[in-house]
Design a protein around this ligand. Structure first.
Ligand SMILES: [Zn+2]
Length: 259
């Protein structure tokens, strides 16, 4: 019997192999994507175990322990550090500033320290010595060992000793019975006294010469003019406290004193 060759049967004959082929392709794909489950852990029906991460406290860097900086009082301009007493110095009220002369043409703190020890004193009796170009440069200000520790002076003995206890002793090197102090000595003296008077609140009238303590002496010499020194100090103090910027009268004097 001859096969019936209708369009419908033709279509069925054509599509069936194609359909089978597509199944084979699909199956082939399936075999390549299905991997073996052997070796994998079995299913966990208890559900995933969620383990919270262990708590580690945040590392906070400790603030570095900086040593507390010493806070010295602000240093006024042009004031040498050696003029500032040490932090552990005893507190002493300074009422007077007593000016002396050495009555010798040569000298300095070191030489006078030996002289005073030879007299049986503990050490240099003055707090400051201002040179005249002999042992130290003209106008150089030496700070004695008493000053940094605020020790009483040994320069103006009186029955009540008040000028030693509360008087700052400054010695000008030279014999001012024969001549006045040098210009550089006067400039340095003015600068030093102005600073001390401002810092320790010494009245203008309490800037005195040694003989004004009542002692029988002509120290600081007949050519040392205390009234003129007070006037220069007053001008210097006014100049320092004035708020006028720029060069001030007396600056050249100060620079000379600083050298
Ligand atoms: Zn004196």
């Amino acid at each position: 019997m001859a096969p019936s060759f209708t369009p419908r049967s033709f279509t069925r004959r054509l599509l069936c192999p194609l359909f089978g082929l597509s199944i084979l392709i699909a199956a082939g794909c399936q075999t390549t994507t299905t991997t073996s489950t052997a070796g994998l852990p079995g299913p966990n029906f208890a559900g995933p175990s969620i383990r919270p991460p262990a708590y580690t406290p945040p590392v906070i860097a400790a603030a570095p322990q900086m040593p507390k900086p010493a806070r010295p009082a602000p240093l006024p301009a042009n004031v040498p550090a050696s003029w500032i007493p040490i932090a552990s110095a005893e507190h002493r009220e300074w009422t007077w500033i007593v000016v002396h002369h050495s009555a010798t043409e040569v000298g300095g703190a070191s030489r006078f320290d030996k002289d005073h020890k030879a007299k049986g004193w503990d050490e240099l009796g003055y707090h400051f010595v201002i040179g005249n170009g002999s042992d130290t440069p003209d106008g150089a200000i030496e700070v004695g060992p008493r000053w940094p520790i605020q020790k009483h002076g040994a320069h103006a003995k009186t029955p009540d000793n008040k000028y030693n206890e509360h008087g700052i002793g400054i010695c000008l090197v030279g014999n001012m019975d024969n001549h006045p102090p040098t210009q550089k000595q006067l400039a340095s003296l003015t600068r030093l006294i102005a600073y001390l008077a401002d810092t320790y609140h010494v009245r203008q009238s309490d800037i005195i010469g040694h003989k004004m303590t009542g002692k029988s002496t002509d120290c600081p010499g007949r050519y040392t003019d205390i009234a003129e020194i007070r006037r220069m100090v007053a001008a210097r103090r006014t100049m320092v406290t004035a708020e006028a910027p720029g060069p001030q009268p007396g600056d050249e004097l100060m620079q000379a004193a600083a050298r």
